[in-house]
Design a protein around this ligand. Sequence first.
Ligand SMILES: [Fe+2]
Ligand SMILES: [Fe+2]
Length: 272
Amino acid sequence: MTRRASSKVAEQKMFEKIQSGDPIEDASEMTPEYKEVLMHLLLMQADSELSGAYGYVPWIMRAPTVQEKLIVANIVKDEVRHAKAVFGLLADLGFDVQAHLDSQNLGARVSESDIGTKRAGTDMRVNIFYYPIETWTDFIMFNFCMDRGAGHQLGDVLTCSYGPWARVVQGIFEEEVTHIAHGDTWVKRLAQNPETHDECQEAFNKWYLRTLKIFGSDKSTKNELYRKLGLKKRTNSEVRNAFMAEVSQLATVCNLSMPGLYTPQTPVEHQK
Ligand SMILES: [Fe+2]
Ligand SMILES: [Fe+2]
């Protein structure tokens, strides 16, 4: 058999595996395209996990109570662990993790309040991680919006075609659920207190809109390829819609308006 014919057979075998739901376990079973796309997705996740951890670090010192300092420290530990696990998958595929880390500045942040869908560095983090976390309410809203958005995305990875990634994400997903719960508890507290409600609403407006951008374009041809390779299950808009529906329900419970519907409260003088 010629080289071309044997690579066609290997490709067919790979797609048969993907279609039957049998996971791909190592590089020998992948086409070059599958490996390239998988490594791209893994690198996006690994860089996001580590830059996320770096953004949280100052909040160990700035968290309001000693109990909250411990919670933030644990979240930082979780995110570094997630990064280590996903970089480990990349290393197994021949990626030089150390050279990558040595050449990137994952602690860098932007000063603009809206960078749209722009990438602000040469690393591969999801671009929401370029924004700084400037207040405790930002930290909480990051848990509430971004961790929840990531949770929706990771939902697809749990049943993806690459077995080692699906297994690693199982543990990551469980920890992300605890970060989301931390955000929910605090958002309720801050939004239901008249003294902190408006600050909470402002932070919600900011982080919700930023989070919507993590899901990618509705017309993405990349997403089509990811689904063909079994590395994603749903379209970008399906994942975004699931996230939006969940947040919209929670916003009602928490006494927050969905961004776009909110008008800042002004004191009503004549009711004194
Ligand atoms: Fe994480
Ligand atoms: Fe998280």
